[in-house]
Design a protein around this ligand. Structure first.
Ligand code: HEM
Ligand code: HEM
Length: 136
C-alpha cells in the first residue's frame, strides 16, 4: 500500500474543492428551473446557501493552488507546463471574479453574464488542471 504524503493531502483538498465549486454550479443549474416553477421564493435561498459552500471551496482552491506553486520548483519545469499553470490561474481568477459579479451585481445582465462566464471559466480551469496532471 502506498503511503500518503503532504502532496497527496494538498492535491486531495484542491480536487475536492474543485469538485464542490464546479460540480455545485452544475447541480444548481439543474435545480434552479425546478425551484422557479415549484416555489420561486426558494431560488434565492438556494443560491445563497450554495454561495456559503462555494466561497470557502474557492478559498481552499486558492490556498492549495498557491501552496502547490511555492512547493514545486516551477522554474525548473518545461515552458509549456509553466504556461499552462499561468493560464490555469488566470482562468481561476476570472471564475472567481465572474461569480462575484453574478452574486453581488444588481442587474439582470450581471446575474446572467457573471453566472455564465463563471461556469465556463471554472470548467476551463478544471480542464487545464487535468492537462497539468497529464503533462507532469
Ligand atoms: C460559484 C458560482 C456561484 C455563486 C457563488 C452563486 C451565488 C449566488 C448568490 C449569492 C445569489 C443571490 C444574489 C442576490 O442576492 O440577489 C445568486 C443568484 C442566482 N444564481 Fe447563482 N451563484 C453561482 C453560480 C450560478 C449558476 C452556475 C447558476 C445557474 C446555472 C446560478 C443561478 C442563479 C440564479 C437563477 C439566481 C437568482 C435567484 C433569484 O433571485 O431568484 N448561479 N447566486
Ligand atoms: C476554478 C478554480 C480551480 C479549479 C477548478 C482547479 C482544478 C484543478 C484540477 C482538477 C487540477 C488537477 C489535479 C490533479 O493533478 O489531479 C489542478 C491542478 C493544479 N492547480 Fe488548480 N484549480 C483551480 C484553481 C487554482 C488556483 C487558484 C491555483 C493557484 C493559485 C491552482 C494551481 C494548480 C496547480 C499548481 C496544479 C498542479 C498541481 C499538482 O500537480 O501538484 N489552481 N487544479
Amino acid at each position: 500500500m502506498l503511503s500518503p504524503t503532504a502532496d497527496t493531502i494538498r492535491l486531495f483538498l484542491h480536487v475536492l474543492a474543485a469538485a464542490v465549486w464546479v460540480g455545485g454550479q452544475i447541480v444548481l443549474g439543474g435545480l434552479v428551473p425546478r425551484l422557479r416553477r415549484a416555489a420561486p421564493e426558494t431560488t434565492r435561498i438556494a443560491a445563497h446557501a450554495f454561495g456559503s459552500v462555494a466561497w470557502p471551496s474557492f478559498a481552499i482552491l486558492m490556498a492549495t493552488g498557491m501552496w502547490s506553486i511555492f512547493d514545486t520548483s516551477l522554474s525548473e519545469r518545461a515552458t509549456e507546463y509553466q504556461a499552462t499553470v499561468a493560464v490555469h490561474v488566470v482562468l481561476a481568477v476570472a471564475a472567481g471574479t465572474s461569480a462575484a459579479i453574478h452574486s453581488l451585481g444588481r442587474s439582470k445582465l450581471a446575474l446572467a453574464l457573471g453566472g455564465a462566464l463563471g461556469l465556463i471559466t471554472s470548467l476551463a480551469a478544471m480542464f487545464l488542471g487535468l492537462l497539468l496532471r497529464t503533462g507532469s
